[in-house]
Design a protein around this ligand. Structure first.
Ligand code: CP3
Length: 344
């Protein structure tokens, strides 16, 4: 019924399923229009009608094989009681939380569902409006990535502030990671309860960690989240995206509860085909820059991705989110190309 779920469940498929990270976003004029109507980015995330509308836009326009809930990984910080803003043209801005006192007073796991109610409602609405063969991906940020925003207040190259914090304030850091892990479990359980078919966990800043830290602060909390949720929902597939963790991807491929590993554009594809694909279904890894270039340049790269990964089933996607300057015609050509593949 769904080529995306068939791929994850290792059933036979004749072409890779395709969807794109940030497929609902600023490269689409329809999105920019709805976004204007909503007011701020957060208003859009919490408006179930409009969030449903923007989730559906790329499905209707391109025929992707999966939809991803329109929301943001930082909503959970907002729901925990932290001040979160999205500054036009700059990005997220969070009031940093670092002191034990603030951690204890500010972060309140029990109350998150009240604020996140509209997100659950969006999921319900999407489940009744999506075509039956298009599953819905729910998602959350990994505790490490959320902690970088919580502790530093914004994204930072190398996450230096948060790394220094974790090494200098281990008790506070551990408390923060535990709260974020608990809150994420609660949040994802509710997304599944409302109808999310697959869950993706984004650890976008995992690449800032050294290898030991990747295991302790990226892999370990993600594993706890997935294991806890699978006790209740053993059949919900998880896509895990530890971005830019280099060869420590191997450790992620050894975790049986992770169903799919999303692969960034920095990894050597031959290494992935050799070391990771025999153990895990992968998703990725076209560099999003190719969607901003000429069609023939894009198609050349696209063929390289397919040739590298085609010995095993894989989900076609980008190595990171699509950028606002991506060309809509390129996305169309790419989906057409993928849908015409026939491995038989
Ligand atoms: O289509 C989809 O992918 C679903 C919705 C989605 C968004 N953000 C919408 C969004 C998802 C899954 C995310 C995840 C997310 N958000 C991540 C993890 C993935 C990644 O990109 O690494 C991160 C780190 C964030 C935090 C975040 N949100 C940042 C750093 C920014 C600003 C940078 C930017 O790209 O503008 C956002 C804003 C954001 N989230 C936009 C969208 C469509 C653009 C906001 C706008 O309309 O102005």
């Amino acid at each position: 019924m769904s080529i995306f779920l068939d791929c994850i469940q290792k059933k036979k498929i004749n072409r890779p399923p395709i969807w794109l990270m940030r497929q609902a976003g600023r490269y689409l004029s329809e999105y920019r229009e709805t976004r204007k109507q909503a007011g701020s980015f957060l208003d859009l995330c919490y408006n179930s009608d409009l969030a449903t509308e923007v989730t559906l836009q790329p499905i209707e326009k391109f025929g992707f094989d999966a939809a991803i809930l329109f929301a943001d990984i930082l909503l959970i910080l907002d729901a925990l009681g932290v001040k979160v803003e999205f500054i036009e043209g700059v990005g997220p801005k969070i009031e940093p939380v670092r002191k034990l006192e603030d951690i204890n007073n500010l972060l309140n796991v029990e109350n998150i569902h009240e604020k996140l109610g509209p997100v659950y409602k969006t999921i319900t609405m999407l489940k009744s409006s999506l075509p039956k063969n298009v599953p819905l991906i729910g998602f959350a940020g990994a505790p490490w990535t959320l902690s970088t925003y919580l502790i530093n207040g914004r994204g930072e190259a190398g996450s230096i502030t948060t790394k220094k914090f974790l090494l200098s304030n281990p008790a506070e850091f551990e408390k923060i990671i535990n709260i974020l892990t608990e809150a994420t479990i609660e949040y994802l359980l509710m997304q599944i309860k409302h109808g999310a078919d697959v869950i993706k966990i984004f650890d976008s800043w995992a690449g800032a960690l050294n290898a030991d830290m990747v295991l302790n602060y990226s892999l370990k909390p993600i594993k706890r989240i997935v294991e806890t949720i699978k006790e209740k929902y053993p059949n919900i597939p998880f896509i895990v995206f530890p971005r830019a963790v280099n060869t420590t991807y191997s450790y992620f491929s050894n975790i049986k509860e992770f169903d799919v590993l999303a692969i960034d554009q920095f990894l050597d594809r031959d290494w992935v085909a050799r070391e990771i694909q025999p153990k895990k279904i992968i998703q990725g890894n076209l560099d999003p820059i190719f969607l901003t270039l000429e069609k023939d340049v894009l198609l050349m790269e696209l063929k390289k991705v397919i040739n590298s990964f085609k010995k095993h089933p894989f989900i076609f996607n980008l190595g990171h989110g699509i950028t606002p300057d991506a060309k809509v015609d390129n996305v169309k050509s790419m989906v057409e190309y993928i849908k015409e593949i026939d491995f038989r």
